[in-house]
Design a protein around this ligand. Sequence first.
Ligand SMILES: Cc1ncc(COP(=O)(O)O)c(C=O)c1O
Length: 385
Amino acid sequence: MPERRMGFETRAIHDGQPPDPASGAVIPPITLSSTFVQEEVGKHAGYEYARSGNPTRRAYEDCLASLEGAANGFAFASGMAAEDAVLRLLAPGQRVVIPDDAYGGTYRLVSKVLAPAGIKWTVADLTDLDALARNWPDATALVWVETPTNPALTIVDIEAVCALAHARGARVVVDNTFATPFLQRPLALGADVVVHSATKYLGGHSDVVGGLVVTNDPEIAERVGFLQNAVGAVPSPFDCYLVLRGVKTLALRMERHCQNASAIVSMLVKHPAVSRVLYPALTSHPGHAVARRQMRDFGGMVSFVAAGGEVAALQIVARTRLFTLAESLGGVESLIEHPARMTHASAVDSPLAVDPALIRLSVGIETTDDLVADLRHALDSVVAQ
Ligand SMILES: Cc1ncc(COP(=O)(O)O)c(C=O)c1O
């Protein structure tokens, strides 16, 4: 009888993390040693030097690779370092297509770091694949997908992008930060590489910065593994431990993030201070059908447009108490922010510039009614004035 594949929650808790053979420790120890003994030259227990590999990092990489359905995982010091390693797969003269509402840091990396090094780039609307097929840019080697996007929560059809790109010899990378492998598994939908900002839902507690690359493609794995060691943007063993610990509750947290987000959206759609709510669960969302197909649930991120424009948006984000005004997302606590002036300020005056009336929420796992009341109070205050 074929061995039964364990469920997501079980793998999050056990994969890559058998009890430590040396001590019996049930939780992988944080191995701080920067170097490892060799019995004779080249004969060792699998580790030589901690930039090249470390047991705590290996446990984390193996666990996350399993959750994404990948053969290989590589941990990095930040999401941007992970993105940089993947974008270094491109040679000068090759092109990357990035979505027209990609995370601002991705845009900055491509336009200000890679472009001067000879990488070509094009911004495209990945929800209009017919237009992209008609105007397929020359020398495209990589299509960068983010879905749902940050902060517009645009949904991109991963299977359809992969079909288009693969037919033209390009590879597809999916930034799965917003969905996490609990809600969406891009490799199973045809993507070649998945990247994460582990700083967000994977870590889950807003106390660690990290990034991750996973892939089933042996050629890409070989190159990314080489770059991880050659460039050296690796996470500390303590950071690896923190993400691995966070991931154990990923499924439970995501379920609650989704429930709370849904309750907040029900309030927002009826509130007079809100002119538009961006959340893929809404049937009015243009990506609703695709999200339903490729995601298990709709996630914990919600964006909305303040009816009173930028002035009202700035007032609302300053008036919540439980929703903390801060950048980042994906932690257990709820955050509110103004993308145009905060997370996406680097995209100002670019094709990726964000509506200044837009507010982004990272809905946490606090008591649902408390969150709804806090936000409603801030919204009521701008209607009353
Ligand atoms: C979708 C997305 N990708 C990548 C990143 C970059 O990750 P990091 O901040 O861990 O470098 C972020 C950060 O906000 C993000 O939101």
